[in-house]
Design a protein around this ligand. Structure first.
Ligand code: ZN
Length: 441
């Protein structure tokens, strides 16, 4: 079996629901993530973007209140599980550093003794960069609207690596934009990353494909559905709208993909067909692979580019990967890490700029740490979320997750990380999922 074709992510029962499964898996992850941080005596802060001129004040306040309630519920569950009293360290809601053009997200490799960035470093990292790093940083900033240089659309963050070492050959790496990739069904055959548990792909006849049926197509036709994982795929049933339509798409979802690709510069390394599952590897993750490969004096950065990206925080997928690999994120956002994915191994590369960009042993090593971390965190979260704490509609997902994880982590069976990635292919806002699971109405 190459993919897992089951009704839900967690069980194949006729009553299982992938949306509920995804809600619960993400909630267990976030809760376990918080527990791990508290255990290390660190505060956990989930951020929203600071209020800007022109924002709807009431709406912004509602979002902060919602996040605040969710943070309190997570803190409560975590502390009950840990058997500690209220007080520090704590889980809380906050606002990300106020930023302007050129501000960055920084991954700080604690093991190498780097210090945490100050607010000033995040708003303008120039003083911390090497001479070459500053040149690259300026180039990324200057080409902020140039799709031939980097991806500049919705959610665009460009990664880069600065090498502050003095040894010969030290040089910055980038730009590293988010890219769309194909998730291999058979990871061993794909080259490198063995031991990955099969990813979940709904059966072809499942109702969940309904919104992905292309406008004007019938189910029997070839290419009838948008591939699983593709962002915006659930709008396939609608006609194109009045946005640009560079490839003359016949439906709203393909129009969105073509805008991302043709007009906003996202590379698609999956050759554009709809078979299997698509994932998106963000710039920070690409930067971490490269920083790790090139040594402890390398620092991974991510910079917001384009007009549509305003949050200066790492998504949940990046936050987990960064924490797992030792590059603690400077700010965490509970938004929607739609089809977030690490690299799985060899990439198909029609552009000639991805191979051999990252040593496969580096990928294997860091992915292994990610898998291990997912297992630890999700098990902790599961233990801290007894049925008495969650909405009744999630009881079946809770049991399903418990049963699928099995007794213990094994290097040959990366179940938790696969389930987390599966959950992220069912798109939704993390803060909403947590609100539902914690029964906050
Ligand atoms: Zn991300």
């Amino acid at each position: 079996m190459e993919f897992r074709h089951t009704k839900g992510i967690l069980t194949d029962s006729s009553t299982s629901d992938p949306v509920l499964d995804a809600d619960f898996i993400v909630s267990a992850m976030v809760t376990g993530f918080a527990i791990q941080r508290l255990q290390s005596n660190c505060d956990v802060q989930f951020d929203i973007a600071p209020k800007e001129a022109g924002d709807d004040d009431a709406k912004w306040q509602r979002q902060l209140d919602q996040l605040d309630k969710v943070a309190q519920a997570i803190g409560d569950a975590a502390k009950t599980f840990l058997g500690v009293q209220t007080g520090n360290p704590n889980v809380r809601a906050g606002t990300a550093v106020d930023h302007r053009q050129g501000a960055v997200i920084v991954g700080i490799y604690g093991i190498a003794g780097h210090e945490r960035p100050t607010t000033g470093d995040i708003q303008d990292p120039t003083d911390a960069l090497s001479v070459g790093g500053k040149v690259l940083f300026d180039l990324i900033k200057t080409k902020d609207e140039d799709p031939s240089y980097q991806y500049v659309g919705r959610g665009a963050y460009t990664g880069f690596v600065d090498d502050i070492g003095t040894q010969e050959g030290a040089h910055p790496i980038g730009p590293l934009s988010s890219v769309r990739t194909a998730i291999p069904g058979n990871t061993a055959a794909h080259g490198t990353i063995t031991g990955w548990f099969p990813r979940w792909l709904p059966r072809a006849d499942d109702d969940i494909w309904g919104p992905r049926l292309r406008y004007g197509k019938s189910i029997q036709e070839p290419d009838s559905h948008i591939g699983w994982g593709i962002i915006g795929g659930n709008t396939a049933g609608r006609e194109p709208d009045d946005r640009p339509n560079p490839l003359n798409a016949t439906n709203h979802a393909d129009q969105t993909s073509s805008i991302m690709h043709v007009l906003q510069g996202m590379d698609f390394l999956d050759e554009g067909d709809d078979v299997g599952i698509c994932g998106y590897t963000h710039g920070m993750i690409r930067a971490i692979y490269s920083a790790y490969e090139h040594g402890p004096s390398c620092i991974p950065y991510e910079i917001t580019v384009g007009h549509d990206t305003t949050k200066l925080s790492s998504c949940l997928g990046c936050s987990v990967f960064m924490t797992a690999t030792g590059y603690t994120p400077s700010s965490i956002h509970l938004g929607s890490a739609e089809s977030w994915s690490p690299f799985y191994g060899n990439l198909s590369d029609p552009y000639g700029r991805y191979e051999p960009a990252i040593d496969l042993n580096v990928m294997r090593d860091l992915n292994q740490r990610f898998a291990r971390y997912c297992d630890d965190a999700i098990r902790l979260g599961l233990a801290a979320l007894p049925v008495s704490r969650i909405s009744e509609q999630y009881h079946a997902s809770r049991k399903g997750l418990h049963d699928m994880l099995g007794a213990e982590f094994s290097n040959d069976r990366h179940v938790a990380s696969a389930l987390f990635l599966d959950a992220l292919t069912v798109h939704g806002k993390d803060v909403d999922r947590l609100g539902r699971v914690y029964a906050m109405g």
